[in-house]
Design a protein around this ligand. Structure first.
Ligand code: PLP
Length: 455
């Protein structure tokens, strides 16, 4: 495992104004050559990154609490990942698993089958991205059940390809103008207790949002037509919303009652982010299909659909596939990632990171009026910013300003939330204690600069 020893020098080193001249020049070229659609949280251009630090083309070094949107749980250019992927590059880059298969694919499937929750026999199939994995999970669930409808949640995010985007709940900017969307998708509120759709309070609500699904089955789609419920155990893009402990078990019971498959989308929560290998493990809920991607291959594109063997075998021969899915280099990287998790230290580290964040953030909340909610699990923590703690009016502009002030001071963070008013942390789990303190100091300064309160 990479070192988490305390560093003597600060990681953040800014040599130019941010963005520096080289980044600014590249940005101008980018504007002319690349469509405006792909958004950037920062205007800096990356040159290299190691561990939890990223250096831009002007030689400025930043602390990275965004981790390429949660893909770098084992750290940037993790030594073992680089070694495994480089060695694989020289042996076999691509033969397509659909033309000439290779052992590393089968071996990684075996490892994920063993790691995924559930004692039943499982099988795994690989694709390139989270969205592609979600699409395949839905296709498999439809064939396995002979049913067509899918139930997804408000504030959920499942990707940007057309079926995945149909499941995604946020309109602007993700969905605006891209319809018509896939049919037979139904939606219900998630257990977003800070903004409960039913204006109830936990625990006196008795998790009414799960009971409300019975209503959906009466009003919108009969349960016997629903192939699967797809759920993120902790909402990612939706704002790091952690449901109460009983929520997922109640949802699991409801799906079992109606013969509906449960798809857990652990694209963002997977591989240690929440302090367990998979977030489902916190509640003991066992999904029928588990979808993973992001940190699976240490920054290389790889995604997996792992599920009950009989469900996964429902599509016929040739029904599933893709040219690049389960690429040998990405698979070699993923084997190295799983090796890094073997001794359990990264999971311990995720919990320690989360505890450090929680302690600091709760102290900020008492003195920074902007912070409405502090929530998270493991190393997946977030701040929801509001203009007024009583009305909870989302503070979107202020959230953007905080991320801007943070990167200008050398800390990379990203936002989330349907209202764009959540700051989330997806730092590599190899971040050292000193780096964590340094990053939190910057975040505190940025919050204080925008939101007032004592520093
Ligand atoms: N599902 C979840 C929960 C995600 O967070 C994401 C991406 O952020 C996706 C699916 C889509 O993954 P990708 O961007 O790799 O297509």
């Amino acid at each position: 495992m990479p070192s988490t020893l305390t560093t003597k020098q600060p990681t953040i080193q800014l040599k130019t104004e941010v963005p520096g001249p080289r980044s600014r020049a590249l940005f101008a070229r980018r504007e002319s050559a690349v469509p405006r659609g792909p958004f950037h949280v920062t205007p800096i251009f990356a040159a290299e990154a190691h561990g939890a630090a990223l250096t831009d083309v002007d030689g400025n070094r930043y602390l990275d609490f965004a981790g390429g949107i949660g893909c770098l749980n084992v750290g940037h250019t993790n030594d073992a990942v680089v070694k495994a992927a480089s060695a694989q590059m020289a042996r076999l880059v691509h033969s397509s698993f659909n033309v000439v298969p290779y052992e590393s694919y089968v071996a990684l499937a075996e490892r994920l089958n063993a790691l995924a929750p559930g004692t039943f026999k499982k099988k795994t199939f690989f694709v390139n991205s989270g969205a592609e994995a979600v699409e395949n999970a839905v296709k498999i669930a439809r064939v396995a059940t002979g049913r067509s409808s899918i139930l997804a949640f408000e504030d959920g995010f499942h990707g940007r390809t057309l079926l995945a985007l149909s499941l995604t709940s946020k309109t602007h900017p993700y969905k605006t103008g891209f319809g018509p969307f896939a049919p037979e998708i139904y939606r219900a509120p998630f257990a977003y207790c800070y903004r409960c759709s039913y204006h109830l309070q936990y625990p006196s609500c008795a998790i009414a949002c799960v009971d409300a699904l019975e209503d959906v089955f009466k009003r919108y789609v009969p349960a016997e037509q629903v192939a699967a419920v797809i759920v993120e155990p902790v909402l990612g893009e939706g704002g790091f919303v952690v449901p109460p402990g009983e929520y997922l078990p109640r949802l699991r019971a409801l799906t079992e009652k109606h013969g509906i498959l449960l798809i857990a989308d652990e694209v963002q929560t997977g591989f240690g982010r929440t302090g367990k290998m998979f977030a489902c493990e916190h509640s003991g809920v066992v999904p029928d299909i588990l979808v993973t991607a992001k940190s699976l291959a240490g920054g290389l594109p790889l995604a997996a659909i792992t599920g009950r063997a009989e469900v996964m075998d429902a599509p016929g021969v040739g029904g599933l596939g893709g040219t690049f899915g389960g690429n040998p280099v990405a698979l070699a990287a993923a084997h190295a990632v799983l090796d890094e998790f073997r001794d359990g230290k990264l999971l311990e580290r995720a919990n320690a990171i989360g505890e450090a964040f929680r302690t600091r953030a709760l102290a900020w909340k008492t003195r920074v009026p902007l912070i409405g909610d502090v929530r998270g699990q493991g190393a997946m923590w977030a701040l929801e910013l509001v203009k007024d703690k009583a009305t909870k009016a989302p503070a979107k502009e202020e959230t953007t300003q905080v991320t801007q002030k943070a990167y200008e001071r050398g800390l990379l963070t990203i936002t989330a939330g349907t209202y764009g008013n959540v700051i989330r942390t997806l730092m590599p789990l190899v971040v050292s204690d000193a780096e964590l303190r340094e990053g939190l100091d910057v975040l505190e300064a940025a919050l204080t600069a925008v939101g007032g309160g004592r520093g």
